[in-house]
Design a protein around this ligand. Structure first.
Ligand code: CMX
Length: 140
């Protein structure tokens, strides 16, 4: 079974403006901001209890997050589920016909192995699988 929700990705047009909202109304502070050019995003992490909110700001027009905002507007973008043995999961899902975006794990914004599943195969939600080797799912 999965270990829990790792983080929730939220597409925003401006990290600064979105962070100001979460700070003013929920007293949540950004822990870290990193750029992940391979994914076309700038990412801010806001710890919220056992889950982290991940604010995703597009880096450039070809960013998948920019495409998402153009199409659907800012908002909930993906749900990241913490799993053990990511590669095994991917192999099993592929065998069962699930459409994978990443057939091999890659390194995510927080440095852990991650992989995305295509929303066409998941009843509409973009799902990310995250493997954290040395922490529990709530160990941010
Ligand atoms: N949630 C739900 N559905 C989504 C979606 C999302 N976040 N993003 C795209 N889709 C849907 C689209 O609405 C579209 O559906 P229809 O065909 O019914 O219109 C379909 O998926 C294809 O979308 P598209 O706009 O044509 O875009 P692409 O096929 O070029 O890309 C996707 C879609 C999911 C493969 C791409 O966005 C991707 O690879 N995402 C994973 C990587 C990512 O998002 N990285 C940023 C986060 C980085 C991080 O957390 O580290």
């Amino acid at each position: 079974k999965p270990r829990g929700v790792d983080h929730i990705g939220i597409a925003v047009t401006s990290i600064d403006e979105a962070a100001s909202f979460y700070r003013s109304h929920f007293q949540l502070d950004i822990q870290d901001v990193v750029e992940v050019p391979e994914q076309g995003v700038r990412v801010a992490f806001l710890p919220l209890g056992s889950v982290t909110l991940e604010l995703l700001e597009p880096l450039g027009e070809n960013s998948p997050v920019q495409k998402f905002i153009d199409k659907k507007g800012p908002g909930l973008h993906h749900l990241a589920i913490a799993v053990e043995d990511l590669q095994d999961r991917l192999t099993q899902m592929k065998r069962s016909g699930v459409q994978l975006i990443d057939e091999e794990p890659k390194t995510g914004a927080q440095g852990h192995p991650i992989a995305f599943l295509h929303p066409k195969s998941t009843h509409g939600s973009l799902l990310e699988l995250v493997e954290r080797k040395d922490e529990s799912a709530d160990g941010h």
